[in-house]
Design a protein around this ligand. Structure first.
Ligand code: MN
Length: 471
């Protein structure tokens, strides 16, 4: 695993818009700038992909378009700590604290995001929308916060959906059966379109908040306020009633049409496979508003930023669920190899035999995406895949420590599940048995290996010749 350098986070530092975050990245040597004019089709994504664990990138004049594109806003887990103003160890606590103590947003009369208004919409002429993976159907808006309103009570929802450009003012959108989908269905049952806004160019805290696992009618923008430490300022859209962050870069205002389905996909997704082409919801875009000199943010499908954004909010909510059932749970991690969604490692301070299997079942129930749970002891670094494998290699026996549950709901994007998303769960108890004698699981150790001062004990390498030489 690559370790990238981030400076120690300053207390309470949290960028409140995209420009503050880019300025911070630039000041800390983590923002690359491409030569002007790189191609929107694959070339921009190729550069982002190569730098995905290392640097954010700005692309001026992509394909000659006046609006620059930003990518890789998060290139490592430690960057998330930096953007939330806490150490990496405190990330989950900070995030979950914000979920528990939301801060309502505040409406303002106007904001920079509405400095320019296009009512004659032509998406790819007005915005530089990239094409990322090889078999993607075409350009996609992949980093837009979709804000919608519950048609009956006006409460807003914030989430991210892949948005295919299907025409000059038309978007094909994948709505999984969660909150936006529920609001769209409520509107459609009343014979109406669902008012939405697609908000492009926000700070990473807002992107992370949009991924929180919270109930229907919990406005994720209030989590953004808690992470910022101040209410988010919101403005009313020009053509509908949705409220959007005043300091965002770009907003597409539109409507999810009732009873209209059109082909969308394929699109390269987080499991590193394509989501297939099928008939999906359609958004009619009524207006585009943006700042003077806006910046367009894109997320390469399946890339590091995509995985990090999905992983952390899920970890925070799984940790809370598991700790509520069993305070022996110390920490959780959704591993990179498990696409930050499917494979969970749980660290516990075991007090009772059998506990690990209860925890596995809690995790399976905590989110349908969870496919494998490995439970380890306190001494294992759960962010180190090698250390976790060592625990399995030396503390697990399949006949007594393996739990398999078949025919459960799983991820529809996992290519091994059936069409209706049915798959199996697997749990591995890699904890030391409580009854084990002290000696059997004593980990070997060379005394002094951690503390020896190599500068003091090593000689000039040139001394080797005399030692090796034949007598
Ligand atoms: Mn929601």
């Amino acid at each position: 695993m690559t370790v990238n350098k981030a400076p120690a986070p300053s207390a309470n530092h949290c960028s409140r818009d995209l420009r503050e975050w880019l300025t911070h990245l630039s000041a800390t040597g983590r923002l690359a700038v491409a030569k002007p004019g790189l191609g929107l089709r694959h070339e921009l994504a190729a550069v982002s992909d190569r730098l995905e664990k290392d640097k954010a990138v700005l692309f001026p004049n992509p394909d000659g378009h006046p609006v620059p594109v930003a990518a890789n806003l998060l290139a490592g887990r430690n960057w998330i700590g930096d953007c939330l103003g806490v150490s990496e160890d405190d990330l989950l606590d900070r995030y979950q604290d914000a979920v528990r103590h939301p801060v309502p947003w505040r409406e303002v009369a106007d904001g920079p995001v509405q400095a320019v208004v296009h009512r004659d919409v032509d998406i790819t002429r007005q915005l530089p929308v990239p094409t990322h993976n090889e078999l993607d159907s075409g350009p996609y808006i992949s980093a837009g916060l979709m804000i919608s309103r519950n048609p009956s009570n006006g409460i807003q929802n914030v989430s991210i959906h892949r948005c295919q450009i299907s025409g000059k003012d038309r978007i094909g959108v994948l709505l999984l059966p969660r909150h936006t989908w529920t609001y769209a269905r409520m509107a459609a049952e009343a014979g109406r379109a669902l008012e939405v806004a697609i908000v492009i160019g926000v700070d990473p805290a807002a992107l992370l908040a949009s991924q929180a696992i919270v109930p229907l009618d919990f406005d994720e923008m209030e989590i953004v306020g808690a992470l910022h430490g101040a209410p988010v300022e919101m403005v009313k859209c020009k053509t509908n009633n949705v409220r959007v962050p005043a300091r965002a870069e770009i907003v597409l205002e539109g409507r999810v049409l009732p009873d209209v389905m059109e082909p969308e996909g394929p699109f390269g997704e987080f499991p590193q496979y394509y989501g297939r082409r099928a008939n999906r919801h359609v958004i009619q875009v009524d207006a585009i508003t943006h700042r003077q000199k806006p910046i367009f943010h894109t997320i390469v499908g399946g890339g590091m930023e995509h995985l990090l954004l999905g992983g952390l909010p899920r970890e925070a909510s799984l940790l809370e669920t598991l700790q509520r059932n069993d305070p022996s749970v110390l920490d959780v991690h959704l591993s990179r190899g498990g696409v930050c969604r499917y494979h969970l490692v749980v660290k516990i301070r075991k007090k009772q035999e059998g506990q690990a299997k209860n925890i596995m079942m809690g995790a399976f129930a905590g989110h349908y995406d969870i496919k494998q749970v490995i439970v380890v002891d306190e001494d294992i670094n759960i962010h180190d895949a090698e250390a976790v494998e060592w625990a399995v290699a030396t503390r697990f026996q399949a006949d007594r420590d393996l739990l398999v549950v078949g025919n459960t709901q799983a991820s529809k994007l996992d290519p091994t599940t059936t069409d209706d998303g049915v798959g199996a769960k697997m749990g591995l108890d890699a904890t030391v048995p409580l009854a084990a004698d002290d000696f059997t699981f004593t980990v070997i150790k060379v005394p002094g290996a951690d503390t020896v001062d190599l500068d003091k004990v090593l000689d000039d390498p040139g001394a080797a010749a005399a030692i090796i030489a034949d007598a």
